[in-house]
Design a protein around this ligand. Structure first.
Ligand code: ATP
Length: 275
C-alpha cells in the first residue's frame, strides 16, 4: 500500500449568489440563493513514501482544497483518503504528529514571538525529545541561514525570512510527510534557491514525502520527480517529470520549449485532451 492513497476525492462548496440590485439584495436576506462549486471532482492518486510530487494546475483548479483535505482541515464530501494509515479528518490529532504543512499565502507563526520562542512552543506541543529538538534547530538554522533573525519578532522579518522560519517550524517534529502550498510565492531567486536546496536535502536525509503546489515551474523542475496536473477539480495528468516534459513539448509543438511556455500550452489545452 502506498503512503498516501486518494480515491475519487470530491469536495463541493456552497457559494452565496450575490443578487444584482438593492431590491433583490433585500430579498436575498430572507431567501438566500446558493450555487455549488465543485472544487475537487473525483481525484485519485497514490504517493509512495519518500516521493516528491508536484501538484500543479491553473488558478482555482482545486490544489489548495486537496491539500486541506490531506491535512484534515477539510472533510471531503465523497471518496477515500489514507495518509500513512490514518484518515486525516478523522484522526486529526494523530495525523498532525506525522505531517508538516506550509501555506505560502498564510502564516502559521505567532507574529509577536521571536522564532526561538515559537520553536520552544512547538517542542512542548509536539513533545519533541530534547536531542531531536536541539539537532533540528541547529541543522535548520544552519542550512536555512536563520541565525541572524532567530531572536527578532516574526512581524519584523522579511517575506523570505518568514518562509524559512515557517518551513523550519513545520519540520521540527520530523514529520513523515510535508505538504507545501506555494512555499516560494513572492520570494527572490536566491531565497527560492535556498528553499529548493533545503527540500532536496531534507528528502535525501530523512526520506520525507513531499507534495508541493507552485505556480513557479522551476520549483517543480528542481524538487519533484513526478507531476500531477489538475484542472477544474479533475486530474488531467500524472507522470514522471521526464514524461511530463515529453507530453508538454509535444502539446506545445516545440522540442525546446521552456517550462513556462510548455505549461501554458498544457493549461490552455487541458480540457481538449492532449493526445
Ligand atoms: N471556502 C470556500 N468557499 C467557496 N469556494 C471555495 C472555497 N475554497 C475554495 N473555493 C473555490 O474552489 C475552487 C478551487 O479553489 P482552490 O483554492 O483549491 O484552488 P487552487 O488550485 O489552490 O487555486 P490557486 O492556484 O489560485 O491558489 C475555486 O473556484 C475556489 O473559488
Amino acid at each position: 500500500m502506498a503512503y498516501i492513497e486518494a480515491e475519487n476525492l470530491q469536495k463541493t462548496f456552497k457559494v452565496f449568489e450575490r443578487p444584482k440590485g438593492a431590491r433583490a439584495m433585500l430579498g436575498s436576506l430572507i431567501r438566500r440563493k446558493y450555487t455549488e462549486k465543485k472544487a475537487v471532482d473525483g481525484i485519485s492518486f497514490s504517493i509512495e513514501k519518500g516521493e516528491m510530487v508536484g501538484y500543479i494546475g491553473p488558478n482555482g483548479a482545486g490544489k489548495s482544497t486537496t491539500i486541506k483535505m490531506l491535512c484534515g482541515i477539510l472533510v471531503p464530501d465523497n471518496g477515500r483518503l489514507d495518509c500513512g494509515g490514518r484518515i486525516p479528518w478523522k484522526n486529526r490529532k494523530e495525523n498532525a504528529w506525522h505531517m508538516g504543512v506550509v501555506f505560502g499565502q498564510r502564516s502559521q507563526l505567532n507574529w509577536e514571538l521571536p522564532m526561538e520562542d515559537t520553536f520552544e512552543l512547538y517542542r512542548k506541543m509536539y513533545r519533541i525529545p530534547d536531542n531531536v529538538f536541539k539537532r533540528n534547530v541547529k541543522c535548520f538554522t544552519e542550512i536555512l541561514g536563520m541565525g541572524e533573525f532567530l531572536r527578532k519578532p516574526v512581524r519584523s522579518l522579511s517575506l523570505g525570512q518568514k518562509m524559512r522560519a515557517e518551513l523550519a517550524a513545520s519540520l521540527l517534529h520530523d514529520p513523515e510527510v510535508l505538504f507545501l502550498d506555494e512555499p516560494t510565492v513572492g520570494l527572490d531567486v536566491v531565497a527560492k534557491d535556498r528553499i529548493r536546496k533545503f527540500l532536496r536535502e531534507l528528502n535525501r536525509e530523512k526520506q520525507t514525502t513531499i507534495l508541493l503546489t507552485s505556480h513557479d515551474m522551476t520549483d517543480i523542475d528542481e524538487i519533484c520527480s513526478r507531476v500531477i496536473l489538475i484542472d477544474r477539480g479533475k486530474k488531467m495528468l500524472d507522470e514522471s517529470l521526464e514524461d511530463f516534459y515529453c507530453i508538454g513539448r509535444k502539446v506545445c509543438g516545440k522540442e525546446k520549449a521552456g517550462l513556462d511556455e510548455m505549461v501554458r500550452s498544457l493549461y490552455e489545452n487541458s480540457f481538449r485532451g492532449w493526445t
